[in-house]
Design a protein around this ligand. Structure first.
Ligand SMILES: Nc1ncnc2c1ncn2[C@@H]1O[C@H](COP(=O)(O)OP(=O)(O)OP(=O)(O)O)[C@@H](O)[C@H]1O
Length: 664
């Protein structure tokens, strides 16, 4: 029984009385004493308040608070031991107990008095009323009162409050402090890239200075008019070649090679930065298998890159195939592989594809295999991530590691790489190296994460570890914006072509309807060789149009953003944004159709009055080296106005006819 007996400490009083009185009696007495004391105190307060002002409701509240304060002050003034004792007493008697720890109460008192002292020092001349007010506010906070703040008059009427406030603990965190701006913290590989010179003209590397390029490729480069490597090529080509130094199977030091990301200005020669090392690395292969896959967002871009690969692979045993939907599916299938005696054999070493067609071949072309894929090149990488065409990437990954499932130990076994362990390195497996390229590569690690990069290495011509996302602009580009009204835009474009004789011009609108209307208007006005470029045209018509622009047969090409990215049209001297782009990336790619390969170029953007502020900020924040305002005097356009009015009427008629034709 003794095991379960609990002896409580009842304090000195109880101990002394324990002989004569019962414990409960002692408690009852104590409570009665307390009640008496409280009654006396309330009477005294009431008397005091009767003599004062007639605002009784206000006072009763204050009186109540005062009683609370006095009670608490009394308790705090008691020796620690005594206070503990009284708490226990109350506990025993089922009375609510303030659970503020003793240490805290002490701290509160000392903190308050320290604060008070500080205030005294600070406001030496502060009036007694001010002090009282402060005390009252603290009191309100600490008691958790949610009433409206008391008026100054009512506070003044109770001078003793300033003394009582000292017994409350004031919790911190109410000061007005300026919150510092959150700084972006990038992973080291993004924050500290391998820097690429932006100026292609002054940082040329002679072809002979680069090791590892075979004479055949060097000769081809020279034949194509290339004497020197541009900075991006001088950095990236050796890095890729280094990763295949020990063969295709293992990277440097026996490890899986690092993935490579490249962010360099438009027209800086990124295409050759991957074409040359990939052709160089694969040209000695024995068996034809798909070992390099290039994925691009549009057919036109895929065709353009295919041509470059084809050019440099010619004369080697490598076979390059385009799978971008330019030809019927069955024709593409026949170019990708052949089936002999029930066994399929790859006819492609390098496949250049658009995501949609690629997925179709993975799923529908029997025998199309990516099990030997060594290089996965993602051009216009930010667009490929942003447009969430990631389904293709999962399909590619699945196709690459297909042989890994249950294939046992073989020299060509492939399993999706996990953490590096001794077991995972033996036997070595063919690594898949990803190469990413863009002029506006995202610096958002979350987005890049989606690509499952392996120890990525970034080559970039901008350094933005802490600031906002900044992009690369070509060195030879001069940028202007022209503030105008909607109705003056067509006149402005005519002015640029007919009066200022700026051509060939690549002009961008925000929709294909706008492109078509403007095309019709300029055509009706006359005097300019104009064409349009949008999804209204078939792929072959679009290809023909681009060729004609390059040949100088077209002076003005009006396009949607279909021609904004990657398209390399030689000789475009001027880009006009007829409609201001909404995003900085779109702007960079559009204006990047000029000032390519170190040449000079000029870009104009027509901006409506309401758009000016946002547009200028967007371009400036994006890292533009200098956007200037260009003013066109209204009198410059005057001579064209009457003809323009007539053309507008005619345009209305043509559009009506077109709409009617569409209906039938
Ligand atoms: N080393 C070089 N010397 C001279 N011209 C070059 C060199 N490298 C590339 N070029 C030319 O520069 C032009 C632009 O190259 P490319 O299309 O590869 O640029 P890019 O960086 O991919 O541009 P974008 O970001 O717009 O796609 C092409 O016409 C190409 O032939």
């Amino acid at each position: 029984m003794a095991l379960f007996m609990i002896n409580r400490y009842l304090g000195e009083e109880e101990e002394s009385k324990s002989n004569g009185e019962s414990r409960s009696k002692a408690l009852l007495n104590k409570l009665q004493e307390r009640a008496k004391a409280r009654e006396q105190l309330s009477r005294a307060t009431k008397k005091e308040s009767d003599v004062q002002d007639s605002k009784t409701s206000e006072r009763s509240r204050v009186g109540k608070t005062k009683r609370n304060l006095e009670q608490q002050e009394k308790e705090i003034k008691q020796p620690k031991k005594k206070r503990k004792e009284s708490v226990r007493e109350q506990d025993d008697g089922d009375i609510d107990v303030d659970d503020t720890p003793v240490e805290q109460a002490d701290l509160g008192t000392s903190e308050q008095s320290a604060k008070k002292k500080k205030k005294k020092d600070k406001k030496g001349s502060a009036t007694q009323e001010e002090k009282q007010h402060t005390g009252y506010c603290l009191l309100e906070e600490s008691t958790g009162a949610v009433d409206e703040p008391e008026s100054q008059t009512s506070v003044d009427a109770q001078p003793e409050r300033s003394n009582t406030s000292s017994s409350f603990l004031v919790l911190g965190g109410f000061e007005n402090t300026t919150v510092p701006k959150v700084q972006r913290v990038l992973p080291k590989w993004l924050a500290e890239p391998d820097m690429i010179q932006r100026d292609v003209k002054s940082n040329l590397i002679p072809l002979g200075d680069m090791q590892g390029i075979c004479p055949l490729l060097r000769k081809k480069l020279e034949t194509n008019g290339i004497q020197n490597f541009f900075p991006v090529q001088a950095e990236v080509i050796p890095a890729v070649l280094e990763s295949v130094k020990s063969g295709l199977l293992i990277g440097q030091g026996g490890y899986r090679p690092r993935d490579i990301c490249v962010s360099a200005p438009t027209g800086s020669g990124k295409t050759l930065a991957f074409v040359i090392p990939v052709v160089q690395a694969l040209m000695t292969r024995v068996v034809c298998e798909v070992r390099a896959l290039v994925v691009l967002p549009t057919k036109e871009l895929a065709q353009q890159v295919y041509k470059v690969f084809y050019q440099y692979a010619e004369g080697t045993q490598l076979k390059v195939v385009l799978a971008a939907g330019k030809k019927p599916f069955a024709v593409e299938q026949a170019t990708l592989l052949e089936v002999r005696g029930g066994v399929s054999r790859s006819l492609a070493d390098i496949v250049v594809a658009t995501p949609g067609r690629l997925v179709d071949h993975i799923n529908k072309t029997q025998g199309f295999s990516l099990q030997h894929l060594r290089f996965l090149i993602i051009d216009e990488a930010d667009r490929m991530i942003d447009s969430m065409q990631q389904a293709w990437l999962n399909q590619v990954t699945k196709a690459v590691y297909k042989s890994g499932c249950g294939s046992g130990v073989s020299l060509f076994r492939r399993v999706e790489p996990g953490p590096i362990t001794v077991a995972s390195l033996s036997p070595p497996q063919m690594p898949l190296q990803k190469l990413l390229f863009s002029a506006t590569l995202t610096q958002n690690p979350e987005k890049l994460q989606q690509l499952g990069l392996h120890q990525p290495r970034l080559f970039s011509s901008t350094h933005s570890s802490t600031s906002e996302e900044k992009f690369n602009f070509p060195q030879g580009l001069t940028e202007y914006y022209v503030c105008c009204t909607l109705s003056k835009k067509p006149l402005l474009i005519l002015h640029f072509l007919l009066r200022l004789k700026f051509y060939p011009v690549l002009c961008f609108t925000n929709s294909r309807e706008a492109a078509h209307r403007l095309f019709l208007l300029v055509k009706l006005y006359g005097g300019v060789e104009v064409a349009e470029f949008s999804s209204r045209l078939s792929p072959s018509e679009r290809q023909k149009t681009l060729k004609n622009l390059e040949k100088g047969k077209i002076q003005l090409l009006i396009s949607t953003d279909a021609a904004a990215r990657g398209i390399d049209i030689k000789g475009v001297k001027c880009v006009i944004n007829y409609d201001a782009p909404q995003y900085i990336r779109t702007y960079i790619h559009r204006v990047g159709r000029t000032a390519r390969a170190g040449k000079a170029g000029v870009a104009f953007t027509f901006v409506l009055g309401v758009q000016v502020e946002r547009f200028v900020k967007m371009v400036h924040d994006g890292g533009s080296p200098g956007l200037q305002k260009q003013t066109i005097k209204p009198e410059s356009l005057r001579g064209m106005e009457s003809r323009y009015e007539d053309v507008l009427v005619e345009l209305g008629r043509v559009i009506k006819e077109e709409t009617a034709q569409k209906r039938f």
